[in-house]
Design a protein around this ligand. Structure first.
Ligand SMILES: Nc1ncnc2c1ncn2[C@@H]1O[C@H](COP(=O)(O)OP(=O)(O)O)[C@@H](O)[C@H]1O
Ligand SMILES: [Mg+2]
Length: 327
């Protein structure tokens, strides 16, 4: 224990023992085995923590074998605690200053990445103007309904619900605030989500009724703002961030999407710096990403994309740090 107490969590800057992360410590003779109980299965620092633990233990003279396992208990956003209606530990909103920048692509792959790490994940498509997650996930069959409760469509390890299942196509544009409000309420409370570690919400661009309704009805743990690296994007990013700041939603950071030779690279990162929010990562403009969306298969399930995984890791870590900081 004393040796492990010298190992710090790289994100939380506290040692693993005082954080209460070491469980099932067993010592038999010179051999030691234990579990590091993390706050998210998507922790990007696992390998570093493993190395630091092994290094610390090997400094003990005569130490035998070291058996380190990882497990995770995702912390719940304190504002969501005790809300029986909302069986979510964290609600992550994905937004942007404008459309077509890759919000839905980021939302899908973020959700898939979190689920692949072992978390229970739901994906809520609240984009009233372009609810395209069912087609991006190849899940266009209408959800079943049991006693007025909708069953989310299970696809690629995620639970999916979409505005698109509830509103007739091409009706959305004429929807008024109260209708949007009640539909979002229905998507949150009349869907059998089950217990989720993360609910990822894909929002329409900008500030509007959907954002406002969501923020009024449920505490949003944090928001991810997607932008492209084009010249205009600084003002778009600012608008995307401002939308959440106005609603008092903590901004987890900015994702720069479609970086490369055509649109350039770096403006999203510069905007994040200027706005004093985290930069979560950069995704390349890549025809395979668009093709995956067309085929209804999340890109991350076909390609082992470290860029998407890194972003998911940063998001999960930012939520964990927030949850532990708030206690
Ligand atoms: N990094 C990328 N490289 C290539 N195409 C992309 C990339 N990100 C998104 N796309 C494509 O761009 C279009 C818009 O993306 P989408 O995620 O639907 O944006 P939004 O939800 O912001 O409107 C889609 O056809 C999508 O497949
Ligand atoms: Mg979209």
């Amino acid at each position: 224990m004393a040796a492990l107490a010298t190992v710090n969590d790289p994100d939380l800057h506290k040692d693993l023992v005082s954080l209460g992360f070491i469980e099932n410590l067993q010592i038999s003779g010179a051999d030691v085995s234990f579990t590091v109980m993390l706050t998210t299965p998507a922790c990007p620092m696992k390998e570093r923590i493993r190395r630091d633990c092994v290094d610390a233990l090997q400094r003990i003279p005569g130490i035998g074998s070291i058996d380190l396992k990882f497990d995770a208990r995702v912390r719940q956003d304190s504002r969501l605690k005790g809300k029986a209606n909302f069986p979510f530990k964290n609600v992550i909103a994905v937004g942007a200053g404008k459309g077509g920048v890759g919000k839905s692509t980021v939302a899908v792959n973020l959700a898939v990445s979190l689920a692949a790490s072992g978390a229970a994940v739901g994906l809520l498509d609240a984009d009233i103007y372009g609810p395209n997650l069912p087609s991006m996930l190849g899940a266009e069959e209408a959800p079943q309904q049991v006693n007025n409760i909708l069953l989310p469509v299970e696809k690629h390890g995620l639970k999916l619900m979409s505005m698109g299942f509830l509103i007739p196509p091409d009706k959305a544009l004429v929807w008024r605030g109260p209708m949007i409000h009640s539909t979002i309420n229905q998507l949150l409370t009349q869907v059998d989500w089950g217990d989720l570690d993360y609910l990822v919400v894909d929002l329409p661009p900008g500030t509007g009724d959907a954002q406002m309704s969501l923020a009024q009805q449920i505490p949003i743990t944090g928001a991810v703002v997607v932008t492209t690296p084009q010249g205009v994007s600084i003002s778009d990013t600012r608008r995307g961030i401002d939308a959440f700041v106005k609603l008092e939603v903590p901004v987890l950071g900015v994702v720069e999407n479609m970086a490369g030779d055509i649109f350039g690279s770096g403006a999203g990162e510069a905007a994040a710096k200027e706005m004093n929010v985290n930069f979560l990562g950069r995704l390349p403009l890549n025809a395979a990403i668009a093709a995956a969306g067309e085929r209804g298969v999340p890109y991350l399930l076909e390609e082992d994309s470290s860029a998407f995984k890194e972003i998911a890791g940063h998001v999960a870590a930012a939520l964990s740090v927030g949850a532990l900081g708030a206690r």
